[in-house]
Design a protein around this ligand. Structure first.
Ligand code: ATP
Ligand code: MG
Ligand code: FE
Length: 354
């Protein structure tokens, strides 16, 4: 099977062609084109929905063509079109879904609506062919979740952030310190030169029994410290970044360790695996911590290449491919779903088979 994937849920306009089968699982990424809109949004310190939607309209056709060209494919090689249908910004979702449906209609191919979070959840099967079940830590700009991936379409959310997403906390911290958007890479870079002990910041929820995450208190504490300093020197910024990064890393470590303990107890006998996804997975301090936490708890740690951890269309094509090979039908009636939790009981994840 060869699938064209389209991703337009946030600030990346992306298209990809993926080929593969599910026996054995694992796919081949024939092309993976991602146009980041960072430059369009940088001046505003975050994603502006109206600008994002317009940029998707402008770029998507060309990106789809490039994805086909780089994959050395023509339309006759493509078995189905998969597009992110939610969750995300509604303007972008409309562009992706309408484009995907138009192609599917014109080329007489099935259209598969894909949940963006499911794309993240299944990426490790595309890249490493891992078997179900496994635990997923999704840490991106919009999400911070632990999901038990039991099987295709069978997801159990164990924990979520009760306030900010982790990437969002990095972005807001960067903005507060006058660093460029997106904040994660900038904070990480400054943290390398900083003293993580200079400022004492809270470790939200550390030691608590529940599995959830929280990051907004940390950001507020950091704002207070920064305000007390007044005009910030380069050293101040480095030290604030280092103190912030160690605080989030330690908070995350406490939270994830709790889930690892719980998973190990519930799935005795099978080799437990933790997969990480989302842009924050690029952070080296966080990755190192996760590797160690997994080793400590007898887990295998798996991190797909960064290009497939951040938003991309290969993961969307792959999710479509998995569903198609399990018998999903074309769904031309699918409409954008700005809110669409992965563990939704209210609706099937994909391809209702109408
Ligand atoms: P989603 O809809 O899945 O939430 P998103 O576009 O918000 O998607 P991604 O594209 O997966 O998320 O990742 C972007 C986020 O990752 C941003 O918040 C960014 O600051 C963060 N990030 C990127 N690199 C790093 C890093 N090195 N350290 C920490 N955070 C990072
Ligand atoms: Mg993004
Ligand atoms: Fe994402």
């Amino acid at each position: 099977l060869t699938i064209l994937g389209i991703e337009t849920s946030c600030d990346e306009t992306a298209a990809s062609v993926v080929r593969g089968g599910t026996n054995p699982v694992r796919g081949e990424v024939l092309s993976n084109i991602v146009h980041s809109q960072i430059d369009d949004h940088a001046a505003y310190g975050g994603v502006v929905p109206e600008i994002a939607a317009r940029a998707h309209v402008e770029k998507l056709d060309g990106i789809v063509q490039r994805a086909l060209d780089e994959a050395n494919c023509t339309w006759s090689d493509i078995d189905a079109i998969a597009a992110t249908t939610g969750p995300g910004l509604v303007g972008g979702l409309i562009v992706g879904v309408m484009t995907g449906k138009a192609i599917a209609y014109a080329q007489n191919k099935p259209f598969l609506p894909v949940n963006h979070l499911e794309g993240h959840a299944l990426t490790a099967r595309l890249t490493d062919g891992i078997q179900f079940p496994y635990l997923l830590l999704l840490v991106s700009g919009g999400h911070t979740q632990i999901v038990l991936v039991r099987g295709l379409g069978d997801y159990e959310r164990w924990a979520s952030t009760i306030d900010d997403a982790l990437g969002e906390a990095f972005d807001k911290t960067a903005k507060l310190l006058g660093l460029p958007y997106p904040g994660g890479p900038a904070v990480e870079k400054h943290a390398l030169d900083g003293n993580p002990k200079r400022f004492s910041l809270p470790r939200p929820l550390k030691g608590e029994d529940r599995l959830d995450f929280s990051f907004s208190g940390l950001k507020t504490a950091l704002r207070r410290q920064a305000t007390e300093l007044g005009a910030l020197t380069k050293d101040d910024i480095d030290d604030l970044c280092a103190s912030f990064q160690i605080a989030v890393t330690e908070s995350l470590e406490d939270r994830i360790s709790r889930s690892l303990l719980r998973y190990r107890n519930e799935f005795e006998g099978r080799q437990p695996t933790l997969v990480v996804a989302g842009g924050v997975a690029a952070n080296k301090a966080i990755r190192t911590m996760l590797e160690k936490a997994c080793a400590d708890h007898g887990f295998t740690f798996l991190a797909p290449p960064i290009a497939l951890c951040t938003d991309n269309a290969a993961m969307i094509a792959w999710a479509g491919l998995e569903h198609l090979s399990e018998g999903a039908q074309s769904d031309m009636d699918a409409t954008p779903r700005p809110r669409w939790p992965l563990d939704s009981d209210s609706a099937p994840i994909i391809g209702s088979g109408k």
